[in-house]
Design a protein around this ligand. Structure first.
Ligand SMILES: Cc1cc2nc3c(=O)[nH]c(=O)nc-3n(C[C@H](O)[C@H](O)[C@H](O)COP(=O)(O)O)c2cc1C
Length: 337
């Protein structure tokens, strides 16, 4: 490893990377990862690195039986580790799924060469703790073509693609979203699973360091920005209302050519790279993702949205009207091996 421009020791550098990875978004704030700091790699010549493992014990068997959303979450954690490393003055090298004998090891993020591209990277690193899922009401605001182009670059560098939905695609999405949300809210197993990750005001619940606090849930009349928890009233949903709510902000799909674990990790990395750029530029992001979470509606998405490949996520990008609180994270000591 070359010498950094800063004076952080290797341990401090790896700790900063793990700290950033810990702040990543994850499905239902499950934080489905563990980290290990390695002072040297397994192969001769490999330098130090942060190992990121999926934690299969923090899974969602009903919503996410194949672990797609868990892998996306871990891809986002890796993206944060990369940003933290670059902010300390190093470019990064990432080995994805490096060991077939240890499938839960999803990535090793290593500091590579010293570099000086500091200013923009510092602002991205500063955005790591301030990035939020924004389920509260958005102002009417669309992203400009130049802003979208910058996001598209971030997404494609991560091996995924971004498609901005036009009016027709938004109309089709609204129909699939309603179908998916009615199915989700009609599934007692799924609603129970969501509720087990929503932190209400019962004894001890607010002290939990994972899951989604009720204060972070949406308040809009049509809960497309939120989760299918018990209090949701899917019968009130109409595709027209959902389509209108979507039209207040820019809606984009993130897709990949393949649909395997490596593609899911790429999608998560793409999501987080895009999200940090949005945060620096003062935009917010919410998920409109239910149609990708149900097998039947997910199959229909590529044609409905005119997207090639496999749709991994659908998100709304816009300007916030109100602030939203920060969600908790478990302490780093609990995640480090
Ligand atoms: C793969 C993935 C899927 C998600 N799906 C949804 C979703 O369908 N609805 C939602 O409201 N939030 C969704 N989220 C956002 C998480 O709930 C959020 O990241 C987590 O609660 C942590 O909060 P934060 O993003 O504000 O740090 C998703 C996040 C990820 C990474």
């Amino acid at each position: 490893m070359a010498t950094a421009t800063g004076s952080a020791t290797t341990t401090e550098l790896l700790e900063a990377m793990a700290e950033a990875a810990r702040s990543a978004p994850s499905v239902h704030n499950t934080q489905p990862w563990r980290f290990q700091m390695a002072m040297a790699g397994a192969r001769a010549g490999d330098g130090p690195g942060l190992l990121i493992f999926e934690d299969p014990h923090r899974s969602l068997p009903v919503l996410d039986p194949d672990g797609r959303l868990r892998a996306i979450s871990c891809g986002a954690a890796a993206a944060n580790a990369e940003v933290a490393c670059r902010a300390q003055g190093f470019s990064t090298a990432v080995d994805w799924l490096p060991d077939p004998n240890r499938p839960e090891l999803v990535a090793v993020v290593r500091p590579d060469r010293a570099h000086n591209e500091q200013t923009h990277v510092m602002s991205l690193a500063n955005a790591v703790p301030s990035r939020r899922t924004h389920r509260r009401i958005h102002r009417h605001a669309m992203l400009e073509p130049g802003e979208l182009e910058a996001l598209r670059r971030e997404v494609s560098t991560a091996g995924a693609a971004m498609t901005v939905l036009d009016d027709t695609a938004r109309r089709h999405l609204a129909v699939l979203l309603v179908r998916a949300m009615v199915a989700q809210s009609g599934s007692p197993e799924l609603v129970d699973e969501v509720d087990s990750w929503v932190r209400g005001y019962g004894p001890g619940e607010q002290e939990r360091q994972d899951g989604v606090p009720v204060a972070s849930l949406g308040t809009g009349p049509f809960p497309i920005d939120s989760l299918a928890h018990a209090a949701m009233d899917a019968d009130r949903l109409s595709a027209e209302d959902v389509e209108q709510a979507l039209s207040w902000s820019t809606t984009v799909a993130i897709s990949t050519v393949g649909d395997r674990r490596r593609d899911w990790l790429n999608a998560g990395r793409a999501l987080e790279r895009m999200w940090l750029h949005l945060t620096v530029a003062g935009f917010v992001l919410a998920f409109a993702d239910q149609a990708t979470q149900l097998e039947e509606t997910r199959r229909q998405l590529p044609e409905a949205l005119d997207v090639l490949g496999h749709v991994q996520m659908v998100v709304r990008l816009g300007r916030p009207l109100v602030e939203v609180p920060r969600t908790p994270r478990r302490p780093l000591s609990e995640m480090l091996r």
